[in-house]
Ligand binder design. Structure first.
Ligand SMILES: [Zn+2]
Length: 374
């Protein structure tokens, strides 16, 4: 059968390294491979020095394992490629092979894969983009912090206890140290302003999030009927205010910027309900234009491929984890898989994030960076 060779006898005792081994007995061992069950005659050896026993090794299967490594690898690969759950992985394998490992075997394979990650570290762009997603752990919703760089390489994906600056810094600080990041691109969550200040990072707040916040505010304020305002008036005002913020985002140069900021500052005179929102904007607006002073810094923290958003769906399909360790193990594997996965759309189609970061990964398999290797 393809790739399956005879069991290999040990060259020395695994306990005391003595090379004098007696043959003790012989037994049958069955291993589930991708082609179905396969039986081997295995010799057991007894050490002349320490008296303990050891056995022949079956290449492609670990000591005492019922399933060959290739089965476990296939299960983990199917789970991440399909972005579905364990039940789907089992169905998929059964459909293709006529049999499949059990759910607990797939879960154990995931744990084993996550137990040892040797992730490649490509050169850094110095710019970190931050994102938050959510995961259920033991029934409770918990935030996940995702840090990637401008090449889309995920540098960290970890469950954090809450969205406080301290919790974010704990994950971000070591990443900043080894990527030597100088700039941070984030959404408009308040904690990030503190984080950027504490870690001495330049801060770019996402323009897309600003415009979304404006739209939400306007929907709440001008979406409903108001005295003295017809439906057409409301729509016109909405459009006008939206365009002001859009023009602020697109402004080139300080004079244009300042002009739009002044115009926005006058808004509450005609629209008092917007006063608080505008006051907050006036305190933060320079942070939306940091990208002009930092080369390569994006205006938004949107993934150019929009792929990070898929993590949230995958997490939802898995319906949560029993513990934080399991969730973090999954996230480590997800990040590794992501970094090796070729983009499906966009200008970099066919290239994976690691390649975009100029790391040669041709012919490499992400699974070889996990604990599921011989
Ligand atoms: Zn020994």
């Amino acid at each position: 059968m393809r790739g399956w060779s005879r069991p290999k006898s040990p060259s020395a005792c695994p306990f005391c390294d003595c090379r004098w081994l007696w043959r003790n007995r012989r037994y049958r061992r069955t291993v589930q491979t991708l082609e179905g069950p396969r039986s081997f005659w295995v010799r057991q050896w007894k050490c002349a020095e320490c008296g303990r026993t050891c056995a022949d090794r079956i290449p492609g299967a670990e000591k005492g394992a019922r399933y060959a490594l290739e089965v476990k690898r296939k299960a983990v690969r199917t789970l991440f490629d399909s972005e579905q759950d364990v039940a789907h992985t089992i169905r998929e394998m059964r459909r293709n092979r006529g049999w499949s490992p059990s759910a607990s075997t797939v879960r154990r394979a995931l744990g084993q894969a996550a137990s040892e990650i040797r992730a490649p570290k490509p050169p850094s762009s110095g710019i970190l983009l931050s994102d938050e997603k959510y995961v259920r752990i033991a029934g409770r919703k918990r935030p996940v912090l995702i840090l990637r760089d401008t090449h889309q390489v995920v540098r960290a994906a970890e469950v954090i206890p809450n969205r406080s600056p301290e919790a974010i810094e704990e994950v971000m600080e070591p990443v900043q140290r080894w990527t030597q990041a100088h700039t941070l691109v984030t959404d408009d969550m308040k904690s990030y302003r503190v984080v950027a200040r504490d870690l001495r990072l330049r801060h770019q707040m996402c323009q897309f999030h600003l415009l979304r916040a404006v739209n939400r505010r306007l929907h709440r304020y001008l979406g409903r009927k108001r005295w003295g305002m017809s439906r057409e008036d409301r729509e016109r005002e909405k459009q006008k205010i939206r365009d002001m913020f859009r023009s602020f985002c697109r402004a080139r140069g300080r004079r244009q910027q300042a002009a739009w900021v002044r115009a926005i500052a006058r808004l509450p005179r005609r629209h008092p309900p917007l006063a608080r929102f505008v006051a907050h904007f006036l305190r933060t607006w320079p942070v939306y234009h940091t990208f002009r002073r930092v080369r390569g810094c994006p205006k938004t923290n949107n993934g150019s491929e929009g792929g990070i958003a898929r993590l949230e769906k995958h997490l939802a399909r898995l319906r949560g984890f029993r513990s934080q360790e399991r969730a973090n193990g999954f996230l480590l594997l997800w990040a590794l898989h992501w970094n090796y996965r070729p983009m499906e759309t966009g200008p970099h189609r066919g290239k994976c994030p690691l390649e975009l970061a100029r790391l040669d990964v041709k012919g490499q398999d992400w699974m070889d960076c996990t604990g599921l290797t011989e």
